[in-house]
Design a binder for this molecule. Structure first.
Ligand code: ZN
Length: 242
């Protein structure tokens, strides 16, 4: 250990000049191990700089930092939710404050959220059935087929509207309870209606095979690095912890 650290201080000495050397005690008298080659590039940390970089001390408050950075957002940046610094779009930790930028929701939490949503939709469809039974004459006898078609159609539309509308705000009831939300993969912002439609229509695939509902989706999430089901991959969305 000691032999490894000594050459490092020598190199610092060469780089930073007299300031450093005056701090060194003469008794330290470094023992240089010639067998270890000193490569400067490995020792001097290289600080990455970005075009938009501004020293931290220019900002009085996080809001000022946000104001500064919000106008230089580009498609390949993701903003840190803690200090608002733009980071590379796949960053997990912020390069400025070091805090966690995103944490993918677990498969279990997503399945539980879906079950809660399913129960909500089931209750809604019972309400629809009751209303249809009142509205459609002879719904239990001569008009039973019409009743079934109307009920199934209404339930399907309600299911789609439920997921699409709620996810525009990031959260369905289930996701709210499990404290997870759906966001754009690229900028972690709430998703547009087009993406919401794509990811929810693809439940048709994710819920396959219908005898074991959701097996495809679960396998996709477990296999995916970003815990995405097919609908997430197609719409470029992710579900993260809120
Ligand atoms: Zn940060």
């Amino acid at each position: 250990m000691a032999a490894k650290e000594t050459p490092r201080s020598q190199v610092d000495d060469e780089v930073t000049g007299s300031k450093e050397s005056s701090r060194l005690n003469e008794n330290d008298d470094p023992v240089v191990d010639d067998s270890i080659p000193i490569v400067k590039d490995e020792i001097i940390p290289v600080k990455k700089t970005y075009d938009h970089e501004t020293p931290d001390n220019e900002f009085e408050t996080p809001y000022e930092r946000y104001e500064h950075y919000k106008n230089i957002q580009t498609w390949n940046n993701v903003q840190c939710p803690h200090c608002y610094t733009p980071n590379p779009r796949d960053a997990v930790y912020c390069q400025s404050c070091g805090k966690l930028i995103r944490e993918y929701a677990s498969t279990l939490s997503r399945v539980l959220a879906f079950i809660i949503d399913f129960i909500c939709i089931f209750l809604l469809s019972i309400v629809v059935a009751i209303i249809l039974a009142i509205v459609v004459p002879n719904s239990d006898t001569t008009n039973s087929d019409l009743f079934a078609i109307l009920w199934l159609t209404a339930s399907f539309i309600i299911t789609l509207i439920y997921f699409i509308a709620f996810e525009l705000e990031g959260q369905t009831t289930g996701k709210m309870i499990l404290k997870i939300k759906v966001v754009n993969e690229s900028d972690l912002k709430t998703i547009p209606v087009s993406k919401s439609i794509i990811r929810n229509l693809l439940f048709i695939i994710d819920l396959m095979p219908y005898l074991v509902p959701g097996m495809i989706g679960v396998i996709a999430m477990v296999a995916s690095e970003k815990n995405q089901r097919i609908g997430d991959m197609a719409s470029k969305t992710i579900v993260i912890k809120d």
